[in-house]
Design a protein. Structure first.
Length: 97
């Protein structure tokens, strides 16, 4: 599963597609959520853009979002604090419509 609820925090398994024309949640592919990011994967730009995009999408502060695995990889595990798990699921479903 691409998302799990662990101790009141959401854990997302994602695959980042950098250098896209715009930021968006693209699709669910297997056990990962594919997210397109405008930034190139240089000097942590794509990671920062990803955090900004997720904070905006889930209406939370950037410091509530942490990349816990995959800092230098396209496959990442993200922890989101302070946002209800069901709201995150709802926002993802809305983005996929």
């Amino acid at each position: 599963m691409y998302i799990e609820n662990k101790d009141g925090e959401a854990i997302l398994n994602i695959r980042v597609i950098p250098n896209a024309p715009f930021n968006c949640i693209k699709e669910i592919s297997g056990d990962r959520l594919k997210i397109k990011i405008k930034a190139v994967p240089e000097d942590k730009r794509a990671n920062m853009e990803l955090i900004n995009y997720l904070a905006e999408t889930f209406n939370t502060k950037k410091n509530n979002i942490e990349i816990i695995k995959g800092l230098k990889s396209r496959e990442k595990t993200i922890k989101i604090k302070g946002v209800n798990y069901n709201i995150i699921l709802q926002k993802i479903k809305e983005a996929l419509l």
